[in-house]
Structures are given as C-alpha cells and as structure tokens.
Write a protein that binds this ligand. Structure first.
Ligand code: ZN
Length: 402
C-alpha cells in the first residue's frame, strides 16, 4: 500500500469573531477535505504531548516517529540538510540571517530588506578556515543561509549572535556551559561574524543595492546551533522507501534527516504564491515509486503568524482544491501545530487529523475541523502515535510478541 502524509503547517486555530466564532478551517469551504474525513477516521493530534507548544522542527520529528526528547539537537542541522549540505556526525550547524548593520554593528534590519537570495553573499564567505576549523556557508530560502563548522573540539552549547531587535548592537556568542569546546566554538563564530561584515560590506552587489536605495546585506548572523547526529531512517525502522515534496528548507531537511529523497518542484516556494497543483502532481508521480510520500504546505502558518484569518481561510481552500487531485491508497492529513491568528505564533492546542484509505474504520465525522474531529474515532493521539498507526494500517509493521 502506498501512503501520503500531508502536513498543513500551522493548521489549527481558535474561534474568530468575524467568522461567527468558527476557526479559519471550520469557516473555509473544504469539500475535498470533508470527503476524506467522511470516508476516513478522524481525531485530534497533540504533536509533542498535551499542553506543549511545538516548534515546527520538533513537531515534524514527532509526527514521523522520532522522539524529539531523544534525538532533537537544534534547528541548525535540519536547515543544513535542507540546504543540501553533506553534513557529517559532529558538525555544528547554524541557521543564519543575512542582515543589515551600521558601521557600529548596530542592527538596522534583520533580513536585509527581505532580500530574495543570499547566493552571492554565501559564495563570498564559503570555504574559509578559522583556527583550523572549516566554515561552510550555503544559501537557504530568501534572506536565510546556513553555516556549518567542521573540525575537532567543537560544541553546540553556544548562544545566538542575533539580537532580534533593531537598534541593538549584534551579540557576542557566548558559551552556555564552561567547557573549552564551547568557548572555542563561540570564539570562532564571533570571528566569523566580524569577518562576514568586513567581507560583505564592500561587495559589488551591495554597492548596487545601495545605489538603488536598497539595504545592503552586510553581515551574517548565525543562531540555533545544533550538533548533527544521525537518526534512524524510515528505511531502517520500517523498511520503506520515502520521498518529500516541500518548498521550505526546514521541511526538506526533515525529509533528508529521515532518509527521504527530496523531490524538487518548480513553483514550490513555501510562500503565499506556492504552486500547490504542481506539488500534488509531483506527489502523484512519486507514489508510483515510493511507499511513503510526505507533502508539506507551508503558507497557512505564515498567514496565522501575520494575524490574517481571511488569508488563512483562502489558503486552506487552495490546499483543499489541490488535494482533490491527490491519488494514493492511504492518505493522512494533519497539521504540525496550531498557529492562532489572534496570537500570531504557535500554540499548544491540538490539530485535527484524518486518515482515509481502504479498510479504514469510519467514524461518522463529516467535516474536517477542530471541533468536528473531537468526535472522531482516533480520539486524542500524540505525534509519536501517527507513524505507528499509519505503518500498521499500511502493512509495514510487524507483530509485537507472538
Ligand atoms: Zn510549523
């Protein structure tokens, strides 16, 4: 049996007054998701456990059956895999923003005016060596980049260089324990940040940007340090082949961490303009080759973070239209967390989940929504239950006992 896991980022929400106290998902016109719910089994899913506010990274680990308490080691390594860096055990990886500072290293813009690519900037910094440690710098989406330190005696126990507030001077990275490895790593990152400013401020592309009145991308600010450690792949755990279709680097990174092949789709941007139909076509092609395909839809979460329930509703309807074309023997749809528009951030509330496919017990729920799925046959499950249920139904799990 082939299966597809659809994760709609930030799907869950709270009642919205202008939607007659319905959530964006409840208020949206979603005939195709409702059909899957009617023909399948539904419930509510707590990505980590009840009452915990999940990050997108820890939540995806959990949904794919990898206990984040055991295996999560920071966002950096996942972003590095998303940027297609061949990361090795022991590497220290960071996510980083290309930012704008003044000559006193005071932050003017965390995203260099939301610059749309960091390619040239990363090329100027990639491959240097500081104190015997190799520094790998690669572009990620938009103003984002990834920095990896490769060498001996390094630690991920160091603090961020990004003050996150404009008008503040950039931060010195500090060791967050007293080991010499952490002190050494913080020292290298601080040297790298200063070097990035010296190197980038006079780049030709920055002179051109300034002449057009645009902000220069003149410093790289690493944060989210993490040490890469290999985790068990889906192949090792279930013996299955798997692939990932996503726009955002983080989700491609999750896929690679789990041993999935990442299928690049033109028009899959991870932004509001992402081409969902192209992504679904790629998934339909992939289900002929792979046992499991992971389809990630990002923009719904961004609408929640922007506090825009109308846009969130419209994007959910866009997902619903694309899903009407999805072909698979077993389809699971859920979110990685709730992003209520009123909070503009992730929250602890569980997300609806549905599983539809041959042989599934149905439960009488006709609508895919936060309240309707409370009545569903799956009840309340956690992220770590998801793969167990899906793999057992698809015939990829073995008997426990005899
Ligand atoms: Zn998320």
């Amino acid at each position: 049996m082939n299966c597809v896991i659809v994760i709609i980022d930030g799907l869950g929400d709270r009642p919205i007054k202008e939607f007659k106290n319905k959530t964006p998902l409840e208020y949206a016109n979603t005939p195709n998701l409702n059909k899957l719910a009617s023909n399948g089994i539904t419930g509510l899913m707590h990505p980590i456990k009840k009452g915990i506010i999940p990050g997108s990274d820890t939540s995806h680990f959990s949904i794919f059956g990898v206990d984040p308490e055991k295996y999560y080691s920071g966002r950096g390594p996942i972003e590095a895999l998303g940027a297609n860096i061949k990361i090795k055990n022991g590497d220290i990886a960071f996510r980083a923003n290309l930012a704008t500072v003044d000559s006193n290293l005071v932050l003017k813009d965390r995203r260099a005016g939301r610059i749309d690519s960091t390619k040239e900037f990363c090329e100027a910094l990639d491959g240097m060596n500081i104190d015997g440690v190799e520094i790998i710098v690669k572009p990620s989406s938009w103003y984002r980049a990834v920095v990896v330190l490769r060498g001996n005696g390094l630690s991920d126990k160091i603090s961020s260089t990004d003050p996150k507030l404009t008008g503040c001077r950039i931060l010195d990275s500090k060791s967050i324990n007293s080991t010499k490895e952490a002190k050494k790593t913080a020292d290298i990152i601080n040297k790298f940040v200063l070097f990035s400013y010296e190197k980038l401020k006079d780049l030709k592309i920055n002179k051109e940007r300034e002449s057009k009145g645009l902000l220069p991308g003149n410093i790289l600010l690493p944060r989210g340090a993490g040490k890469f450690n290999k985790i068990p792949t889906l192949k090792e755990r279930y013996g299955i082949s798997s692939a990932c279709v996503a726009g955002g680097g983080l989700y491609k990174g999750v896929g690679r961490y789990l041993g999935m092949d990442v299928i690049e789709v033109e028009g899959a941007t991870g932004r509001y303009d992402s081409d969902y139909d192209a992504k679904v076509s790629a998934v339909n092609k992939a289900t002929k080759e792979y046992n499991l395909v992971f389809l990630h839809m990002k923009a719904i979460d961004s609408a929640g973070e922007d506090g825009n329930p109308r846009l969130k509703k419209e994007l959910i309807e866009k997902v619903d239209r694309a899903i009407s074309k999805l072909q698979s023997e077993l389809i699971l749809v859920t979110g990685d967390h709730s992003t209520p528009c009123e909070l503009k951030r992730h929250s602890y509330e569980p997300v609806p989940i549905l599983i539809c496919g041959s042989g599934i017990r149905t439960d009488g729920v006709k609508k895919f929504g936060e309240r309707s799925c409370m009545q569903g046959g799956l009840g309340h499950i956690t992220g770590l239950d998801v793969m167990s249920i899906l793999m057992s139904h698809a015939g990829f799990s073995s008997l426990y006992g005899s």
